[in-house]
Design a binder for this molecule. Sequence first.
Ligand SMILES: Nc1ncnc2c1ncn2[C@@H]1O[C@H](COP(=O)(O)OP(=O)(O)OP(=O)(O)O)[C@@H](O)[C@H]1O
Ligand SMILES: [Mg+2]
Length: 461
Amino acid sequence: MRTMVYSLRRRLLGWLLFSTAVIGVIALMDTYREAVKTANVVSDRVLAGSALAIAERVVVAEDGSLQVDIPYVALEMLTSAAQDRVFYRVDGPPGEFITGYQTLPSLAETGTQSSTSFADAVFRGEPIRLAVLRRSASTGVNSVPFVVTVAETTIARRQLTQTILLHSALRLGLMIAGAAVIVWIAVTVSLRPLYRLGDAIAERSPDDLHPIGERVPNEVQGLVDTVNSFMVRLQSALDALRNFTGNASHQLRTPLAIIRTQIALARRAATLEEARGAALKADEAVANAERILAQLLLMAKIDAAAKEKARGTERIELAGLARAVTAEHVPAAGDADIDLGFAGEGEHCIRAEPLLVGELLKNLIGNALLYAGRGAEVTVRVEGRDGLVALEVEDNGPGIRTDLREAVLKRFRRGGGNESPGTGLGLPIVEEIAALYGGAMRLEDGAGGRGLKVVVTFPAS
Ligand SMILES: Nc1ncnc2c1ncn2[C@@H]1O[C@H](COP(=O)(O)OP(=O)(O)OP(=O)(O)O)[C@@H](O)[C@H]1O
Ligand SMILES: [Mg+2]
């Protein structure tokens, strides 16, 4: 099943719209509070002015009662704004209603002398805003307190608030839309290098594995680096494969040709004896081919391990391993009339891959059994010296001429006058396995200047 494909552009836009919408709602709520406050401040001032105008007209009559001549112009100021309606009442000393709307709520109990206070209330089913002004009229002898209450419905305030809110919302909406357009364009422009990268890779031929050189944004460079290092590994794996197939086809051609010839001979053989002889030779050629394949595979494995580098090494005890591999070869040594033995004491640990070190040793012992000749002595030795562990395979056979020693270390190079089958990969394999684990190999004369001593040293662990 295909996994959900998502678009970076849509994701970015989604986040932007969601976050600005949340911030926008909070901002609008704040704007609303602010608008209500502003509308109240403006309108309250007019309301207070009207109350003051009425209070100015309150006088004490001769009989000591309060009288008021309502200045209707003062109330006109209020009604001009919208369809708001205006109410008022004037009260004398506590409990004494003088004029106006008697049912209009007042705030007689609260407030101090000579102050204006404001409040929200409901009158005749409509929300109103009240301004309550406390004053006293003086008779010259004593002063008579009175309260002027002026109220208006809140239509104008609500309209003002709504207008402010609407304008803010419009501005915010425009800003969000603008930001969305900018993000859309910015993302399109920013993604362009990625499209170019995609095109560049698509245009490549399948075997073109050279690193990607296209300029990409910082954030993508990590991905490109990973792909590049992957391509390097892919290239080396391909090289190893090509190397292997090339070598295999070249090296196996001879034994395969021998096998065909011998089979043809066997088919045409007049006697059973003749046929048996051909079959034996074909069998030897198969064994040879087998050995070549094994060496080539081992070589490929070392190449891969060398390239991987991060290959897991473990701590192995070399003396025990060498003793075991030597013991495995004792029967073959007996067949070849060779005296194979192990020398060395104690434990000597190194860091390496046990299978590869086993192969290294098999190659050295195999060489000694093959080339030292009948009646020879072969000694495998493990010793520790100055932080190194030395693995030696020494024989007293003919050895390798000093001038040939460098040559036999090259791949597919064999010593002169060699009758026995082989690929010429043994010593290079030994050298490469040693190098893989920080070691080295050298060829020396055997004891008393006779034969060959191969010394492989590893760092001790
Ligand atoms: N102990 C030895 N005594 C004498 N000559 C040796 C000895 N070991 C190696 N050689 C010579 O060095 C040559 C290279 O050896 P190497 O192990 O690299 O290849 P090979 O034995 O010919 O083939 P392979 O090991 O791949 O089957 C051999 O062909 C042989 O002539
Ligand atoms: Mg060999």
